[in-house]
Design a protein around this ligand. Structure first.
Ligand code: EPU
Length: 417
């Protein structure tokens, strides 16, 4: 079993470069299957989720060539096959394959998608979109069969601005006959990235980045070259690490606009942060004030930074609250933080954090990806050694996390026990 060992309380200084965005990459790679020929996607993070997607591509007889930060996808051999549970369970984004296979072949079969267990995570909005395009959705045991004689553009009103449902509706809409309008669409930068790539492939999409996306369907798309945007959640995680134990820590290759909801809150807390065009510098010199935060859809405070932020709030002065409005079960890091010395109470969707408290190392478990990040942040601040088990969750989403942190002075290693 692989575990992460961290000896905390080391000042971190130097530079951390942010990688390509996981949640863009996991959409753009399936999207490449909509184009005939070859696509090259660059700035791809080297994380376990991409390995899982590569496995599915190869299973579908797609030729994949990976270099250090790029992936070349040749769709000429693409076959329409049932995606089994062993592949679909590995990540949430496997359901983007549902859409691309449906768009290409008007028929697809796949088991239920996996992903972090942070709530019930229904996919009703995606299935609603498929039906509005004219498809029939059949649930057989744990497998979806989705078929259509033809896919016709439609008005798709989403009940909530779901990232996944917006992406699935885009992936089908670009090849459906006629016009599609997605209402209450998600506005995340990853959606914008996807639309830019699809337009380079020949799609006709406007309005992305707003709540109403309009698509004029086209018959064929071609391959393209595309650079993925940088990962705002990775950038936010390292920025929080800088606020808790940085000594002029420089975070480069970022888009400050994408993490504004975080940096605005850090500034309100009194953190010493300097923001430049594509980098920022942060340290832990200032005393931090308590704050009240509510997670929300983009451009609100991202749920994916709620758990990392909770670790920082253990070091601010006074009572902070953090309300989780996207997922109903995203506090699984809290019992471990409390074992490390934090004072956090959960009441429904709200956590109340009393700070500052001294943290000490202990045995912990990464129950999901961002819970792992939260425990790592606490471990970097804690006195003594922290062990984090189930670190595959962490490695699913953070490229070279041990190397990046070691380079700036952290005492951190992966051990086989
Ligand atoms: N929802 C529904 N029905 C649906 C779809 C969503 O009720 O059909 C609910 C969800 O249960 C949730 C909310 O709507 O309460 C938002 O879900 P959304 O569909 O936006 O999330 P997602 O597409 O499943 C992506 C990211 C998540 C990130 C969320 C929110 C990927 C692969 N995943 O998930 O990333 O938390 O958007 O920003 O893009 C992570 O990186 O750690 C992660 C979990």
């Amino acid at each position: 079993m692989k575990v992460l060992k961290v000896i905390g309380n080391q000042p971190l200084s130097g530079t951390i470069r942010i990688s390509g965005a996981k949640n863009s990459a996991v959409a753009l790679i399936p999207a490449a299957l909509l184009g005939s020929g070859v696509s090259t996607i660059c700035n791809v993070p080297n994380i376990l989720d991409i390995d899982s997607l590569e496995e599915t591509l190869k299973y579908l007889n797609v030729k994949v060539t990976r270099a250090s930060e790029s992936i070349l996808i040749d769709t000429s051999g693409l076959e329409n096959k049932t995606i089994p549970y062993e592949l679909s369970k590995k990540l949430r984004a496997s359901y983007y394959f549902m859409s691309v296979l449906l768009a290409n072949f008007k028929y697809m079969e796949m088991s239920f998608p996996g992903g972090c267990e942070i709530g019930t995570r229904p996919i009703d909005q995606t299935l609603k979109a498929f039906r509005l395009f004219g498809a029939e959705v059949i649930l057989e045991d744990d497998k979806f069969i989705i078929k259509a004689d033809k896919l016709t553009g439609a008005v798709i009103p989403l009940d909530m601005p779901s990232v996944g449902a917006t992406i699935n509706a885009i992936l089908v809409g670009v090849k459906a006959i006629g016009k599609t309008i997605i209402k209450n669409a998600a506005r995340e930068p990853e959606i914008v990235d996807l639309c830019i790539m699809l337009n380079k492939m020949g799609a006709s999409i406007t309005g992305y980045g707003t709540s109403e996306i309009e698509i004029n369907g086209v018959e064929n798309l071609s391959g393209t070259n595309h650079d993925i945007i940088s990962d705002r959640i990775e950038a936010g995680t390292y920025t929080i690490i800088g606020a808790i134990c940085g000594n002029n820590l420089k975070i480069t290759n970022i888009n400050p606009e994408h993490i504004k909801s975080l940096t605005d809150n850090l500034a309100l807390m009194g953190a010493n942060i300097e923001i430049h065009d594509d980098y920022l510098i942060i340290d832990n010199k200032n005393e931090l004030k308590s704050i009240d935060i509510k997670t929300d859809y983009y451009p609100g405070f991202p749920t994916d930074l709620q758990q990392p932020m909770t670790s920082l709030l253990t070091q601010s002065n006074g009572v902070s609250t953090i309300e989780e409005n996207i997922y109903e079960n995203r506090f699984m890091n809290v019992p471990y933080l409390n074992e490390m010395g934090a004072h956090i109470k959960i009441d429904g969707r709200k956590a109340e954090v009393v700070g500052p408290t001294k943290l000490h190392g202990c045995e912990t478990k990464a129950t999901d990806l961002r819970a792992g990040a939260s425990l790592l942040i606490a471990a970097l601040k804690a006195e003594g050694e922290t062990t984090i088990t189930e670190i595959n969750h962490l490695l699913r989403g953070y490229e070279e996390i041990v190397e990046k942190l070691t380079n700036v002075g952290a005492k951190i290693e992966i051990k086989e026990i």
